[in-house]
Ligand binder design. Sequence first.
Ligand code: ADP
Ligand code: MG
Length: 247
Amino acid sequence: MSNVATLPLLLKELRLSTMSNIWEEMLNIAQDKNWSYESYLATLCEREISARYSKRIKRYIKESKLPTGKSLATFDFKHAKSVNKAHIQALAENSSWIDKAENLIIFGPSGVGKTHIAAAIGHSFIEQGIRCLFTPTTNLVQNLQLANKEYRLPEALTKLDKYSLIILDDIGYVKKNEAETGVLFELIAHRYEAGSLIITANQPFSEWDKVFPDNMMAVAAIDRLVHHATIINIQDESYRRKVAAGK
Ligand code: ADP
Ligand code: MG
């Protein structure tokens, strides 16, 4: 039989940090309540797993750069008449479209809640253990442009593969000189049937030629995006303006 005195070291060696922290306290409880050996062991394992899970989710939330406080719970669907609550809830709860690497494109004028809804869906998936990245499109495009200049665009794109979902906020804000390099197209082509995108846009597809080097590439990008995609059009009045007007 092993020497119990080595137990803390063994747990440390196995990187069972939660077990290491709680085994003594749980032992007292187990003895007090006459738990079987198996119950004691199972309880320790359960606690280790659940602590790891919450740590992982915390890490996912941090790396996602999602804006805080933008959840479906804080979204007032009464204000957003053109938004189908059940549809958004289904998209946020059921990750089958993420498994199938499908996309979601949210159109609408400024202030109607596009970013809020996209972020809320991202949060919901992280809670389900799905990794997600939220980024203003221009930021990501600038990073990819830099990578392109340094001949490491393929690596930079591959690095993003760890995210099952990437939220590209405000695709229309990509500036002319950023569009010229076509890295946004490279990203879309790379994610095609491989990983989901949520894209928010103030401009309809017809104006997307400005975010790509030319018309042809815009068409090719849109083609790939919409092949497996849900498209939502929000047609409400700006929430910001509505709140400011006290409506
Ligand atoms: P968009 O991305 O369409 O420009 P945002 O999602 O940034 O709009 O929304 C603007 C602000 O109004 C944000 O602070 C957002 O949280 C809030 N907002 C928009 N629509 C709603 C809503 N229906 N309920 C609650 N807050 C909302
Ligand atoms: Mg926005």
